[in-house]
Design a protein around this ligand. Structure first.
Ligand code: HGY
Ligand code: MN
Ligand code: MN
Length: 418
């Protein structure tokens, strides 16, 4: 049996598959627009299934569309060690967010197959549905159902902005599987992802040992005023919902800055109604994304916004409603899994540092039901959720190599524990 340490992923093959899948929903600016549960998502899922089956894997799908590509191990009775990420993207997504984690896992598994290396536990490559939360909120909805955080029936009723329900969209693309989401024990889960921030590049580190994920809270706000004629309505008689939203957006920025340097606050989605150039906006819908590693600070940010809402509405004669639609507390990953990633990075000779993830990831929810950890690689300028997102062939290969070695380290740990 070959020594696990001389198993090396094929950097060229990984890069070619990143470029090949990057064309499924590819945009003129070199990014990807491949929203979850669209025909393009179906196309990349079919691609993934075909590649996994060509490696001898059996591919199963659950009722949230999560895909599991399984390679047997010596102890096929044991829950698998899983590795993976997501194939869906933002509307102006890049070529690496999510898909690197799935394709690197596929390449790691392919390396085991080619070497004839039999692992102790079965190995699975996983594609989690709707990680992004762009088309259907909240993000991480499938790994959330898998972890028991969301009910599957509730998840199925979540609608996109055009009114299409998640369950119907899943069925339409033919990926509504038979297995109940969550009835799939795992021995461990490892996820490779680009950092999507500036730290690794700034410190010229090749690998991030991800020890945890910061907390995130999403809100939906509707501000109501009164539609009126822009020409005939004096300024002092207006109830301008967009002016109210603008002041609230400014205040959300100030709330985040008040908890600098770690707090972040963003309004990313705004809908103005009736959105006509000569009608005073009567209603504005917008979203809030607050994040911080510390729950107490998130509480303070949420309270500060709760205070600002009536204050600004009273100034302008407006009313408003705000709903918290998602709350994912800060996560610490499993020490044995983090140690396996650190050992793998060291054995593979890559410079590395510990890091807490600014972005949310499926591993955050999976860690509630299975020991989990993540591997980060740098991305150019820390830019992501942007068509210019870029990590080099060497950076992607380093991440895939560490992912493979971390899984093998953890597999040996399971074997030693019998
Ligand atoms: O929102 C997030 O952090 C993830 O990229 N979906
Ligand atoms: Mn992602
Ligand atoms: Mn993303």
């Amino acid at each position: 049996m070959s020594n696990m340490r001389n198993l090396t992923i094929n950097a060229e093959r990984l890069w070619d598959e990143l470029m090949e899948t990057g064309a499924i929903g590819g945009t003129p600016k070199g990014g990807i627009c491949r929203l979850t549960l669209t025909d393009l998502d179906r196309e990349v899922r079919d691609w993934f299934k075909q590649r996994a089956e060509a490696l001898g894997c059996t591919v199963t799908v659950d009722d949230m569309g999560v895909m599991f590509a399984r390679r047997p191990g010596q102890r096929d009775d044991l829950p698998p060690i899983a590795m993976g990420s997501h194939l869906d993207t933002q509307p102006t997504g890049g070529k690496f967010d999510g898909v690197l984690g799935v394709l690197a896992a596929l390449e790691a598994l392919r390396t085991l197959v080619e070497a004839g290396y039999e692992t102790y536990a079965p190995i699975e490559v996983v594609n989690w549905t709707n990680e992004e939360g762009s088309r259907f909120a909240p993000a991480l909805i499938a790994s959330g159902v898998f972890a028991g955080v969301f009910e599957r029936d509730w998840a199925w009723t979540q609608k996109d902005r055009a009114g299409m329900a998640f369950g119907a969209a899943l069925d339409t693309i033919g990926y509504l599987g038979a297995e109940r989401c969550g009835a799939h024990p795992l021995s461990a889960f490892f996820e490779l992802h680009i950092e999507q921030g500036p730290l690794l590049e700034a410190e010229s580190r090749e690998v991030g040992i991800v020890t945890g994920v910061q907390g995130v809270r999403w809100f939906e706000v509707t501000v109501r005023g009164q539609e009126a004629h822009t020409g005939a309505t004096p300024m002092n008689l207006r109830k301008n919902a967009l002016l109210g939203a603008a002041r609230l957006i400014e205040r959300i920025d100030a709330i985040a800055l008040a908890h600098a340097p770690l707090a972040v606050g963003t309004v990313g989605l705004v809908e103005v109604r009736p959105n006509s150039r000569n009608v005073v906006p009567g209603e504005v819908f917008f979203t809030i994304d607050f994040r911080h590693p510390d729950t107490d600070v998130l509480d303070a940010m949420e309270q500060a916004f709760g205070k600002a809402l009536p204050e600004i509405c009273d100034q302008l004669g407006l009313t408003a409603s705000a709903d918290k639609i998602w709350e994912n507390p800060p996560v610490q990953f499993d020490p044995d899994c983090v140690a396996a990633v650190r050992k793998a990075a060291t054995a593979s000779g890559f410079s590395h540092r510990d890091i807490v993830s600014g972005a949310a990831h499926d591993a955050a929810y999976v860690s509630r039901v299975a020991p989990s950890a993540m591997v980060f690689v740098p991305c150019l300028g820390g830019i992501s959720h942007n068509e210019a997102e870029f990590s080099s062939k060497e950076q992607c290969a380093a991440g895939a190599q560490v992912l493979l070695q971390a899984v093998l380290d953890y597999d040996r740990l399971l074997a030693e524990r019998g």
